[in-house]
Every structure is written in structure tokens, then in C-alpha cells.
Design a protein around this ligand. Structure first.
Ligand code: IMP
Ligand code: MG
Length: 186
């Protein structure tokens, strides 16, 4: 019988760090500078999709120097093998009328792209002044819909990753870096 306790089990599944805290910080500082330059003098709303993007949003909005508002959405997707869209249910919606804002969706990771694709359609129908997508991570090899982020800070291979907001079974969101998840553990 294994004598591995819960903490050792938790730690053993953090296989290797893929993106360090320093690399994330540097990429966010650059993205924030670009936002400052592009949106100065315009009504800006940063929208993130809970829960995965909450840490990215917190760091990004503090690196942005120009005035901006923050909004959160939460969505549930029902796909089960179908590629059709319109399968997203919004469980938390924005308080703002986005027709008055330039909107940037701040996302943690784009995988198949289906959830975000539906959210983009929904938000476009509300006529924002403009709509862009900024994602921390992108797994383009997994894409099932035609969706490209306007800005992607890191492109990663087809690995399951955890940390910096991303979870596995609701754990690991609090890691300050992005790591590969070890399915087997030790
Ligand atoms: P999709 O692009 O509609 O397939 O879904 C993207 C969502 O799936 C993300 O917002 C994450 O919540 C989750 N997700 C996708 N890949 C990963 C991963 O490698 N680790 C953790 N969550 C992931
Ligand atoms: Mg997400």
C-alpha cells in the first residue's frame, strides 16, 4: 500500500513548469502597454470568463495604466461531441451595456474554441464599439472552430495544463505559474 499522503499526491501531479511567473509577468506588461497605446481616450471594458481567467484578469488590469472597467461572465457549455454552436448558457452576465464600450475578452486558454466562439457571437449581437480577444494561452492544434485570438501571449502544444487560474478538478488554480499536469502522478 502506498504511504503517499494527500499533499504529496497533489504535488506529484505538477509535472513540470511550462511558463514561469517571470515569463507571465513580462508578457502581461507588454500586452498592457499595447492596450494603453491602442485604447487611450476610449471607453474600455475588459471582460473575463470565470473562473479560469480570474488571475490573468487581476494581473492584466493592474498592469494597464489607462482607465478601464472590468466585467465578468460565466458560462456552461453543452457539447458532447457536437460541433454546432449555440450550446452555451450564460450563468453570470455582464452588468454593463457593452454598446458603449470597446471590449477586450480576457481569456485563460483557447482549446477547441467552441465556448469562446459562442460568447463572441453573443457579445457581437450586443453591438460593442469593438471586440477583441486576448488570451494567455492558446492550443491551436486542438481547435474545432475557426477562431483566432487577436493577441495570444503563449502558444502551447496539446498538453493539459494547470496553474495561474487553470484547474484540474477545481484544484491548482492558485499556482503562480503554468505547469503540465501529470495524469499518473507518482
Ligand atoms: P474550449 O476552447 O471551448 O474547448 O474550452 C476552453 C476551456 O476549457 C478553457 O476556458 C478552460 O476552462 C478549459 N481548458 C481547456 N484546456 C485546458 C487545460 O489544458 N487545462 C485546464 N483547463 C483547460
Ligand atoms: Mg476559460
Amino acid at each position: 500500500m502506498s504511504n503517499v499522503g494527500p499533499l504529496a499526491e497533489y504535488t506529484s501531479r505538477i509535472k513540470r513548469v511550462i511558463i514561469t511567473q517571470e515569463e507571465i509577468d513580462a508578457a502581461i506588461r507588454k500586452a498592457a502597454k499595447d492596450i494603453d497605446a491602442a485604447y487611450v481616450g476610449r471607453p474600455l471594458l475588459l471582460v473575463s470568463i470565470l473562473k479560469g481567467a480570474f488571475i490573468f484578469m487581476a494581473d492584466l488590469c493592474r498592469a494597464v495604466s489607462i482607465p478601464c472597467e472590468i466585467g465578468f461572465m460565466a458560462a456552461k457549455s453543452y457539447y458532447e461531441g457536437t460541433e454546432s454552436s449555440g450550446n452555451v448558457t450564460i450563468t453570470l452576465d455582464l452588468a454593463q451595456d457593452i454598446s458603449k464600450y470597446h471590449v477586450i475578452i480576457v481569456e485563460d486558454i483557447i482549446d477547441t474554441g467552441r465556448t469562446l466562439n459562442d460568447i463572441i457571437k453573443m457579445l457581437k449581437a450586443r453591438n460593442p464599439l469593438s471586440l477583441k480577444v486576448l488570451t494567455l494561452l492558446d492550443k491551436p492544434s486542438r481547435r474545432l472552430v475557426d477562431l483566432k485570438a487577436d493577441v495570444s501571449l503563449f502558444t502551447i502544444p496539446d498538453l493539459f495544463v494547470i496553474g495561474y487560474g487553470l484547474d484540474c478538478g477545481e484544484l491548482y488554480r492558485s499556482l503562480p505559474y503554468v505547469a503540465e499536469y501529470d495524469e499518473k502522478g507518482e
